[in-house]
Design a protein. Structure first.
Length: 551
RNA sequence: GCGCCAAUAGCUCAGCUGGAUAGAGCAACGGCCUUCUAAGCCGUAGGCCGCAGGUUCGAAUCCUGCUUGGCGCACCA
């Protein structure tokens, strides 16, 4: 808001300079307006002069002086304009400008920070998408939290977001699952059984077997593999769903790979690719000419058994996303899954769709430490930590916050002992505590019979302390930060912002009293506090973390 | 061998489209509760931003090469 007003002013001055022949239009849209890191460098600074000087082989300070001259004519925003360093033009705002952020916050409340950047565009966020072979584990947890936060952010900036879960309940994996369940079932009945070599060893298989025994005794002992597959799938999927709901993640739709087969969409894709001459037969298999799309080698899409590889349904699925009208698609994938992406992109490109509309948000692995040692995880071997176990230990808020604390393409180290022992000093509490403190101040005001003031009708010029000034600046940056975090699919940026805002508030709180003897100062500070509280609450909501009123 | 990701303080990590003296949190050390919640605050100490070149007025940030670590490289998903 304030920043964009200033940017407009800068653009105007640039134009005026062009008209007056001070400089050419060569640097249009190249210069930027940034926030200097150090004190004494103004509220904003621009590298304008250095860029213009670079283009025109002039002295930066000379250009800076000309720009400063134009800027100084403004009387609404600027207090003073200085030239510093190699040619920065530092802009100092009038003291009252910053406090003008509070009125809009009070007015917008929970809408503060939202915008319409997405213009209602339909976007799909596909995430989790775990096949129903076992409980969600730590890696899925990162996927789930990341995908959900991205979905919330995109919604906040005006996209029409659909959260979708894509799964497959057929194929080899599920056959092994069925065989594993059957073996456990027979084992429990004391009957001879053959547990598959690469079977799923998790204890949950025994639970499902027991439920079958409870229901029908040994009535399933001669049942078809399909029966076991269905039982296993349904039970496991129900658990996954429960886990997701528990951490506050609700999907708008589930897409079963099976549908693609039923609707004949798989054959359609093959026929269409064949029509374009991009498919050929070799060694009894069907190949897709991915080399035509810059891949190092062609890939099999139908095996010699007649069964498609994962690529084919994936391509068909993505085509369905386009057909369903999504204009932007975000897929959240773990690093191990990433190799499949180029093939799918090649497929949709081959089918005539714009692959740049598909965006992959890749996250690196979660390294799990127990007692300082790395735990190797495998769903089959049942050596894993589940999302539920993790949530039991650290709580939902810490669980979500922790997974968003690092950018997605960094590996994340999750030390179980540390997570447990830190549960009292986890960064999430730092932010939540700031919110609780703010609520506490409001309660006190109420007790003392002080009505919460409206910023629009309060004299905010009393906010003159450095800490107050800093807080106002940070609040003003919030909407832009949300937009940035959404566009770059980077929820961790929001997390860091919240920690910074909370930190600034804690400092302020320790140094200055809100409830003072002076009614006007108190009123102004209460306005500031309400603004901070709103920003914290809104930011926490955007990452799915609660904002407690008491702690 | 090829591809993707990473490399910043003792540890775990930020650093937005390149900008002016490098930032947190833990851990270490020293302070602050008769005053709005000490799950807090203040201070000290700690860094050839993996290495070497290049582009630029200016590089942790961009480019190239190299080193180290992770993940992939199926007619598994």
């Amino acid at each position: 808001m304030i920043r964009s007003r200033l940017k407009n002013l800068l653009d105007q001055c640039f134009q005026q300079g062009v008209e007056q022949g001070l400089w050419s239009a060569a640097a249009a849209n190249l210069y930027n307006l940034e926030s200097p890191r150090h004190d004494g460098q103004g509220d904003f600074a621009t590298n304008f002069a250095m860029l213009v000087a670079g283009k025109e082989r002039r002295k930066p300070r000379e250009v800076a002086e000309q720009l400063a001259e134009l800027l100084r004519r403004d009387t609404t925003l600027l207090d003073k304009v200085e030239i510093a360093g190699p040619g920065f033009v530092n802009l100092f705002l009038k003291p009252t400008v910053w406090s003008s952020v509070l009125a809009p916050i009070a007015e917008q409340q929970e809408r503060f920070g939202l915008c319409d950047l997405g213009k209602g565009m339909k976007v799909m966020v596909e995430f989790v998408s775990a096949n129903p072979t076992g409980p969600l584990t730590v890696g899925h947890g990162r996927n789930a939290v990341l995908g959900d936060a991205v979905a919330r952010l995109l919604t906040a900036v005006g996209y029409d977001v659909t959260r979708e879960y894509y799964f497959n309940d057929a194929g080899r994996q599920m056959r092994v699952l069925a065989a594993s369940l059957k073996a456990r079932y027979l084992e429990k009945l004391g009957l001879p059984n053959e547990f598959p070599e690469d079977g799923y060893q998790g204890g949950y298989m025994y639970d499902i077997a027991q439920s079958m025994i409870d229901e029908a005794g040994d009535g399933f002992k001669d049942a078809d593999a399909n029966v076991f597959r269905k039982r296993a799938q349904e039970a496991i999927f129900a658990d996954i769903d429960t886990t997701l709901k528990r951490i506050g993640i609700i999907f708008d739709s589930y897409y079963n790979e099976h549908d693609l087969y039923e609707k004949g969409l798989i054959e359609d894709v093959v026929a269409e690719l064949r029509g374009k001459g991009l498919v050929y037969e070799q060694d009894d298999a069907t190949w897709f000419k991915t080399t035509e799309f810059g891949q190092p080698q062609d890939r099999v899409i139908i095996k010699n058994t007649g069964e498609p590889t994962y690529r084919l349904p994936d391509i068909a699925y993505h085509r369905e996303k386009f057909r369903r009208g999504f204009e932007r698609m975000v897929n959240v994938f773990g690093a191990d899954h990433i190799a499949t992406v180029p093939d799918v992109l090649a497929g949709i490109e081959a089918l005539g769709y714009d692959k740049s509309k598909v965006q992959v948000l890749m996250y690196q692995f979660v390294t799990l430490l127990r007692g300082g040692k790395q735990v190797k995880m495998s769903t089959r071997k049942a050596s894993y930590i589940t999302v539920d176990e993790l949530v039991d230990e650290v709580g939902i808020d810490a669980f979500r916050f922790f997974f968003l604390l690092r950018k997605s393409d960094s590996q994340l180290e999750f030390d179980l002992e540390l997570a447990k022992s830190q549960s009292q000093e986890n960064p999430v509490y730092y932010v939540q505590y700031a919110h609780a403190r703010l609520c506490s101040i409001e309660r006190l005001a109420e007790e003392r019979g002080i009505a919460l003031p409206e910023p629009a009708s309060t004299d905010l010029s009393h906010l003159q302390e450095a800490e107050e000034y800093q807080l106002l600046k940070t609040l003003a940056a919030y909407p832009g930060l949300v937009a940035d975090a959404a566009e770059t699919l980077a929820p961790h940026r929001l997390i860091f912002f919240l920690m910074e805002l909370a930190g600034q508030f804690h400092s302020f709180y320790n140094k200055h009293k809100v409830m003072t003897e002076e009614a006007q100062l108190t009123a102004a500070r209460l306005c500031l506090c309400q603004g901070i509280k709103t920003a914290l609450a809104n930011g926490l909501a955007l990452v799915g973390v609660s904002a407690p009123e008491r702690m």
